[in-house]
Design a protein around this ligand. Structure first.
Ligand code: PMP
Length: 454
């Protein structure tokens, strides 16, 4: 078309202008044969989303036996995310009141930019010298309360791996193999840590070296658990605590009870691990680290999920004197742990938390959310309790079936929350920390509707 149009305008040059027409026709015919869709794909155009049911079937065939179930009766087929919003393949926006990994909001531009820039430049591993890893380690250590004297960081790739390393060091230096955890705790997926995660234990499974304390247990419960472990010849290597008791149904610990748990652990000869995978990075609205706000001085702090806002990066923070008593000191290496891209992601997350004043924001929004949920409770008998810590809030309902129905009803109305607790009767509200007052209003209106509808 172009050469025909130009040949009409400049007939004296027609021979030159139309010299490539035969080639152009052949190319057009080739494109015609290949088909429009495949041709756009070859040029790198985004593929249209496959039908959701078909992808679910393929997921179930290829990975279903091992991987966990999908969330919601009507699973969400996601296409992109922005701030507190997820957008599905049909372009529908869903308010994300559930995901704690994108702590500064889905796809925060400062984090994605940091990742992309470093990816273009270099990615390698921690046996080379590069400053971002060192800077991230220094900033993490500086953020820890001085009283804990935490002075050593090892970067890994997941919360499970962080807990696994803490466990390995703790059992190595104490010479014991007994652990204390909360009744329905979750600490990770590795062989060692799955034993410390009763939430995932199949019916009838028991780990004889793991003693459990109830959600309202304190020093006495730990002492009793430690006594049992010693009698059975295990001793206590460590107590692992997620101070929000998230998978136990969200029962945030008080400073007094946490101090009692820590003290009883030490008296039994064990080390104390603060698992900040859920409650770290400002979720409490009080401090970057919830254990610090609660005033304990752990031997290990394990970090994960929010650390890279979605880029896999995790860490174990401990004291040099502990690691030096471990036979494998200086022999631990994790290929991807703290790689340059991971380190840049981690630094960007810390920058955003500081520059956007995320922690005071969480305090304000968390209080508002809990206040509004408390008001809703006075109008709905099916709400048994509202418990929370900043933007980690549990709403216990009178019946697990109702909790499931409410979660699905909210999803249909475009608001994503989850469930937790041994009976899965606690609504889990744990949004990205940039959740704001207006989102609280949407969440509350939708929850009220969902309760009325179920
Ligand atoms: N600890 C806690 C408290 C967790 O909630 C989780 C994950 N849900 C983990 C550890 C394990 O982290 P990851 O899935 O990154 O291995």
């Amino acid at each position: 078309m172009i050469s025909a149009w130009r040949a009409t305008r400049y007939p004296e040059n027609a021979g030159y202008i139309q010299a490539w027409d035969d080639d152009s026709w052949r190319l057009l015919e080739l494109i015609g044969d290949v088909g429009c869709e495949r041709f756009s794909e070859e040029l790198g155009a985004a593929r249209p989303a496959a039908p959701t049911d078909a992808v679910i079937k393929r997921r179930s065939d290829a990975v279903g036996a091992m991987l966990t179930r999908l969330s919601y009766s009507d699973p969400v087929h996601v296409a992109r995310g922005e701030g507190v919003w997820l957008v599905d393949v049909d372009g529908r926006r869903l308010l994300d009141a559930y995901n704690n990994v994108p702590v500064v909001g889905h796809c925060h531009p400062r984090v994605t930019e940091a990742v992309v820039r470093q990816t273009r430049l270099l990615n390698t591993h921690a046996r080379y010298v590069y400053e971002p890893l060192v800077e991230l380690a220094e900033r993490l250590l500086a953020s820890m309360p001085p009283a804990a004297r935490l002075d050593s960081v090892m970067f890994v790739n997941s919360g499970s791996e962080a807990n696994d390393i803490a466990w390995r060091i703790a059992s190595g230096v104490t010479g014991c193999d007994g652990a204390i955890v909360t009744q329905h705790a979750y600490h990770g997926v590795t062989a060692a840590i799955a034993n410390l995660s009763p939430e995932e234990w199949p019916e009838g499974f028991d780990a004889p070296h793991v003693a459990r304390i109830p959600v309202d247990g304190g020093g006495e419960a730990v002492a009793a658990a430690a006594g049992g472990l010693s009698e059975a010849g295990h001793g206590v290597a460590a107590t692992f605590i997620d101070t929000g008791l998230t998978s136990d149904g969200i029962h945030p610990l008080t400073p007094e009870r946490l101090a009692a748990i820590e003290g009883a652990t030490r008296r039994a000869g064990g080390l104390f691990v603060a698992d900040e995978v859920q409650v770290g990075y400002g979720r409490s609205g009080e401090h970057l680290w919830t254990f610090a706000h609660l005033g304990v001085t752990p031997d290990f702090v394990t970090l994960g999920k929010p650390m890279g806002n979605g880029y896999p990066v995790a860490a174990v923070v401990t004291r040099r004197e502990i690691v030096e008593g471990f036979a494998f000191a200086r022999r631990m290496f994790s290929t991807f742990g703290g790689n340059p891209v991971a380190a840049q992601a981690g630094l960007a997350v810390l920058d955003v938390i500081r520059d956007e004043r995320i922690i005071p924001h969480v305090k304000h929004v968390g209080e508002l959310l809990q206040l509004r949920l408390g008001e809703l409770k006075t109008r709905h008998d099916e709400i048994v309790a509202v418990r929370g810590l900043g933007l980690l809030v549990g709403v216990q309902l009178d019946d697990p079936g109702r909790a499931k129905a409410v979660v699905d009803a909210m999803r249909r109305r475009g608001v994503l929350i989850g469930r937790t607790g041994p009976n899965e009767d606690v609504l889990k509200i744990r949004p990205p920390l940039v959740f704001d007052d207006e989102h609280v209003a949407v969440l509350l209106a939708t929850l009220a509707e969902a309760l009325d509808a179920t």
